[in-house]
Ligand binder design. Structure first.
Ligand SMILES: Nc1ncnc2c1ncn2[C@@H]1O[C@H](COP(=O)(O)OP(=O)(O)O)[C@@H](O)[C@H]1O
Ligand SMILES: [Mg+2]
Length: 291
């Protein structure tokens, strides 16, 4: 029986850590891409942590995945936002046939895999701030942590921690993040794409025509900057709208179907857009490059 438990333990410990496939048509500021390339080089010399902050749906998770893909590194992603106890990332005690055993999770394996990109999602939102305690140890200079169950764990060479942080959420634990973690991270701030680049993303990714893409982006920007009732529409959202258009919806149907918005407001925004749609000329997208 014991043997069985041990086997199970090893099997689960040995998750596959894969190098993700790159995503096409992902755009970043040239300086951000350059910075990421430097960070990858730096990680060969000493431990590196990167904090990526920005509004939801602006490409933070994609950036981390893309970084792993572009540098042929395995990627492991962990939802810090749902952690409620310090040791929870490492594993848990389980019961089988009246016996308890320790079930390690993916995290200890990931941090012991050389070159791994370890993505800590929503680091600003652990359910319990103490949940970050054990993370502090692995993120600190000595890059090691003691656990009662697994013993002393050292972070493997070349491992990079990427923490992503949703700006605009409730910042539970942010002060702690400031005090204990901020200065251990290189910080990258992402914003929504400029209009012309977002338009390009929509038609490149979904195949809709450029005019429809531009209408969607114009509409989204109009709503984003609506002074009375600004609505946050992420790139994820404009992509969803474009996908609906790609399978036959009109822009209006697609917007109504995905934004849950008052159709009177939409109607007036669309009307004002149509009146202005002589303004379809584009500005050059200088400064943004494919990554
Ligand atoms: N800069 C960008 N270029 C291309 N696609 C983007 C960009 N930003 C976001 N997207 C798309 O929007 C969706 C959501 O992005 P994601 O990385 O999950 O956002 P976040 O993690 O910031 O919430 C993805 O499908 C992604 O491909
Ligand atoms: Mg994300």
């Amino acid at each position: 029986m014991k043997k069985h438990c041990q086997g199970e333990k090893l099997k689960n410990f040995n998750h596959n850590l894969n190098v993700p496939a790159p995503e096409e048509h992902f755009y970043l500021k040239a300086e951000t891409r350059e910075n990421l390339e430097r960070i990858s080089r730096l990680s060969e010399a000493h431990p590196v942590n990167v904090l990526v902050a920005g509004k939801q749906g602006c490409g933070k998770s994609t950036l981390v995945r893309q970084f792993a893909a572009r540098n042929s590194r395995p990627l492991a992603t962990f939802q810090v936002g749902i952690l409620s106890e310090p040791g929870q990332l490492f594993g848990e005690h389980r019961l089988r046939d009246g016996q308890t055993y320790f079930q390690p999770f993916l995290f200890p394996q990931a941090i012991q895999t050389p070159g791994c990109v370890v993505h800590l999602e929503e680091i600003n939102r652990p359910e319990h701030p103490k949940a970050l305690n054990m993370l502090f140890s692995v993120l600190s200079e000595d890059r090691s942590v003691w656990t009662d169950e697994l013993g002393y764990i050292e972070v493997a060479p070349g491992v990079i921690f990427f923490a992503t942080l949703n700006e605009g959420d409730e910042f539970i634990g942010t002060e702690m993040l400031d005090a204990a973690l901020r200065d251990r991270f290189f910080v990258t701030i992402l914003d929504y794409l400029p209009m012309d680049v977002e338009t390009k993303v929509l038609f490149e990714k979904t195949g809709i025509d450029e005019g429809d893409a531009l209408t969607i982006v114009n509409l989204a920007n109009r709503l984003r900057t609506n002074t009375q009732e600004p609505i946050i529409i992420s790139t994820r959202h404009t992509l969803m709208i474009a996908e609906m258009v790609a399978v036959g919806a009109s822009v209006k149907e697609a917007v109504v179907g995905s934004l849950q918005m008052n159709s009177d407001v939409l109607e007036s925004v669309l009307l004002s857009l149509h009146l202005e749609l002589g303004m379809r000329e584009k500005s050059p997208d200088k400064g943004y490059v494919a990554y």
